[in-house]
Design a protein around this ligand. Structure first.
Ligand code: PBG
Length: 331
């Protein structure tokens, strides 16, 4: 194939040609929407760095789940913000916890949407780390017990899938074992397999009030410079029984998403994180980018890189865009 015999522009000539040769189509089926649950009633508090996203009490979470269902979004992922935090994340494990309550209410009043739960203690610990602290360090194996207990408690409340994000070694295996022992052998686990120590989580930490009080997360989350290590991390999750693997964040790590897609044959999720969302919103608010096109281009790129599903704060807007236009970005 050579110029002038081959002229790629021939098939870009008009919208119908472009439609026919389009290789990647984002659909609403690919989208998972994160929700932040707080205690109280009638709470719907805007998250300043994430326009259109809110901390919501359970009553509003239910209304939101109903709206998302109407938009055709297949799943939500829940993050809980308790009103009391302590050293050992007690509020994460109780049957009346925010997330457990939200799961029950969504299941009762908006049953036809999947409820995934984030399994990590950072929103529940007074120090904001993703594990239990012993001798000044995040203690891996003690944390595994808490994560497993938390996952079982979500399962008992009716969660459809659990997603461990603490980056503790062995977390998928510990949770799989805990779930199986409790009779939840059919409940899938989505591992945050390759999760990087990223500054792009900034807005989320504001939303979830989970910034670490001392130190940072580089002792358990991955170095952004590494991608062979991502393959080792994902391999462990697969061996430990993960049903879905994940790369997080998404846009700065499209190469890692592509490698994961090529090297593993499990469904692959990518987390288009809070900072990725905030950047586009901020630029759009300044009039520097067309926010809607930037959203669709980003989500399409994440899918093109190899993600089967995308966790994104854009989910409702993207679903509305897809409904309105009947298609993705193209033509
Ligand atoms: C919990 C968790 C975090 C995110 C998802 N789960 C924060 C963190 O690891 O600091 C970030 C999501 C986002 O930025 O959108 N461990």
């Amino acid at each position: 194939m050579q110029f002038p015999e081959y002229r790629p522009r021939r098939l870009r000539k008009n919208a119908n040609f472009r439609r026919m040769v389009c290789e990647t189509r984002l659909t609403v089926d690919n989208l998972i929407y994160p929700l932040f649950v707080v205690t109280g009633k009638k709470v719907k508090k805007p998250i300043p760095s994430m326009p259109g996203n809110f901390q919501m009490s359970v009553d509003n979470i239910v209304l939101e789940a109903q709206r998302l269902k109407e938009l055709g979004i297949p799943a939500v992922i829940l993050f809980g913000i308790p009103d009391k935090k302590d050293e050992v994340a007690s509020q994460a494990l109780i049957d009346k916890g925010v997330v457990q309550t939200a799961i029950r209410e969504i299941k009762a009043k908006a049953p036809d949407i999947l409820v995934i739960t984030d399994v990590c203690v950072c929103e529940y610990t007074s120090h904001g780390h993703c594990g239990i602290i012993e001798k000044g360090e995040v203690a891996n194996d003690v944390t595994l017990e808490a994560l497993s207990e938390m996952a079982v408690s979500h399962a008992k409340a009716g969660a459809d899938m659990v997603a461990p994000s603490a980056m503790m070694d062995g977390q998928v295996g510990a949770i799989r074992e805990g779930l199986d022992e409790a009779g939840f052998e059919t409940l899938p686990v989505m591992g945050y397999s390759a999760k990087y120590a990223s500054c792009f989580y900034g807005p989320f930490r504001e939303a979830a009030q989970s910034a670490p009080a001392f130190g940072d997360r580089r002792g358990y989350q991955m170095d952004p410079a590494n991608s062979d290590e991502a393959i080792r991390e994902i391999t462990l999750d697969v061996q430990e029984g993960a049903d879905i693997i994940m790369v997080k964040p998404a846009l700065p790590y499209l190469d890692v998403i592509r490698r994961a897609k090529e090297e593993f044959d499990l469904p692959l999720a990518a987390y288009n994180v809070s900072g990725e969302f905030a950047m586009i919103k901020a630029a759009a608010a300044m009039g520097w980018l067309d926010g809607e096109r930037a959203m669709m281009e980003s989500l399409t790129a994440i899918k093109r890189a190899g993600a089967d599903m995308i966790i994104t704060y854009f989910a409702p807007e993207a679903a509305e865009f897809l409904r309105r236009t009947g298609r993705g970005l193209n033509p």
